[in-house]
Design a protein around this ligand. Structure first.
Ligand code: ADP
Ligand code: ASP
Ligand code: MG
Length: 408
């Protein structure tokens, strides 16, 4: 008998039939004697619909009230899922994030989980219930409803699995595993049977939305056995996220390609080149809780420097106004501009550690297609470039082919 957390994404709970289908799978696992906790997302499209509704009232919605609204999506599906299980004669009970007490910080719309009170869930499981928990939401220390950022139900699933010391966390979605790249963009992409935790972490952080990055972080920290599977098929092993590296001989150099259309680039031109400048530019940005991803600084001949960094598209205007209002005159920057027509493409693989020339091959492939690289960043197992967004799909396709990810 195992304790299994099963997380179902938006397309897997998109309508009553799919919820009934989910309930039948849960019933099968229950019949095998397992204890099951189900985590559900909102019905597909619902979170977007709720965000648009908020924006119709207030173009840049107050984050606390936005979270009050968007958290309702998951409250509907937990109730429906519990009902579907009851219809199959299974004892089931639903919980919102605050009913469980998934305690988070108060960063509305992108809150982090601080702790989970697993006591009631454990009691219910011992009493034979299937417990259904709302993904994506929590509650802060003052009782405010919070949400965990888009795709956050994955994180609820893995965090619950960690808190309950579950034997496995299964992420059910609309693809049958983790692929070499998004199969919607490259139909030749192949499913991976296994992927290392480190590679999955890079792919997620570089934009592969099949798993939210924080869910992968939790899996690593608490050694949660994590598997990605299709909710539309009953067969298939999906993709296992492993903590061991494969035998090096077998390991491909590149395991996957991620991309991200959600970032914008901010450039601060003509800053005096002296100590403290990076801090003066990025300090106020960090204080406003805006996450910065890539950073580049280039020193020119005239003693000034140009400073470029990327933030989430949704936060470009906020970052620009902070810089223009609080920083520009202070540091004497000549010009500050934003560009949200960019995209980031990243190649990821632990095999890069033992091979040279991967970056130059990537740059050559892009150059041969006339794709200009605007920014570059690397880690031990990743190379990421920023390009004009109109070249994104082309870049992903040619890199996928050049690194032979479509080959058996
Ligand atoms: P859910 O609603 O179940 O959470 P998501 O839409 O968040 O589903 O994530 C699944 C989607 O992730 C897939 O439909 C696919 O288009 C996309 N995706 C991006 N990169 C990958 C990848 N490397 N492997 C598989 N799917 C990927
Ligand atoms: N419903 C939320 C979203 O659309 C959370 C999730 O699906 O994981 O982002
Ligand atoms: Mg998702």
């Amino acid at each position: 008998m195992a304790l299994i957390v099963q997380k179902y994404g938006g397309t897997s709970v998109a309508n009553p039939d799919r919820i009934r289908n989910l309930a039948r799978r849960v019933a099968r696992y229950k019949a095998m004697g397992h204890k099951i906790v189900v985590v559900v997302s909102a019905m597909s499209g619902e979170t977007n619909r709720l965000i648009s509704l908020a924006k119709e009232i207030m173009p840049d919605p107050d984050p606390r009230e936005l979270d009050v609204m968007v958290a309702t999506g998951e409250q509907v599906t937990i109730g429906m899922t519990a009902l579907a299980l009851m219809e199959l004669g299974i004892k089931a009970k639903s919980y919102t994030g605050s009913q469980v007490k998934i305690l988070t910080d108060d960063a509305f719309t992108k809150a982090r989980i601080l702790s989970i009170d697993e006591s009631n869930i454990k009691k219910d499981l011992d009493n034979g219930y299937v417990v259904v928990v709302a993904g994506f939401q929590g509650v802060d220390a003052n009782g405010n409803i919070t949400t965990l950022g888009r795709g956050g139900s994955d994180t609820t699933g893995v965090a619950l699995a960690a808190a309950l010391k579950a034997d496995e966390c299964q992420i059910y979605t609309d693809v049958d595993g983790v692929y070499t790249t998004d199969p919607r963009v490259v139909p030749e992409a192949r499913r991976l049977d296994r992927i290392t935790f480190e590679e999955m972490l890079e792919l997620a952080s570089q934009g592969s939305k099949v798993l939210q990055i924080r869910s992968v972080e939790f899996a690593g920290k608490y050694k949660v056995k994590l598997r990605v599977l299709s909710s539309f098929e009953d067969e298939g092993e999906g993709t296992l996220i492993t903590f061991e590296e494969e035998n090096n001989m077998e390991q491909p150099i590149i395991s996957g390609i991620a991309f991200n259309r959600d970032e914008a680039k901010i450039t601060v031109l003509g800053v005096p080149d002296k100590p403290g400048i990076a801090y003066q530019i990025l300090g106020p940005i960090a204080e406003a809780n805006v996450d910065v991803d890539m950073i580049i600084q280039n020193t020119g001949a005239d003693g000034t420097t140009d400073f470029t960094f990327t933030v989430h598209k949704n936060e470009m205007n906020k970052a620009l106004s902070i810089l223009r209002d609080k920083v520009q005159s202070h540091i004497g920057a000549r010009e500050i501009s934003g560009d949200d027509k960019i995209a980031k493409v990243s190649i990821v693989g632990v095999g890069m550690r033992s091979h040279v020339g991967i970056a130059s091959k990537m740059f050559r492939i892009l150059a041969e297609e006339g794709i200009n690289i605007q920014m570059i960043s690397t880690s031990e197992i990743k190379i990421a470039v920023v390009v004009d967004e109109k070249y994104l799909e082309l870049a992903v396709r040619i890199l996928h082919k050049a690194f032979e990810l479509d080959a058996e």
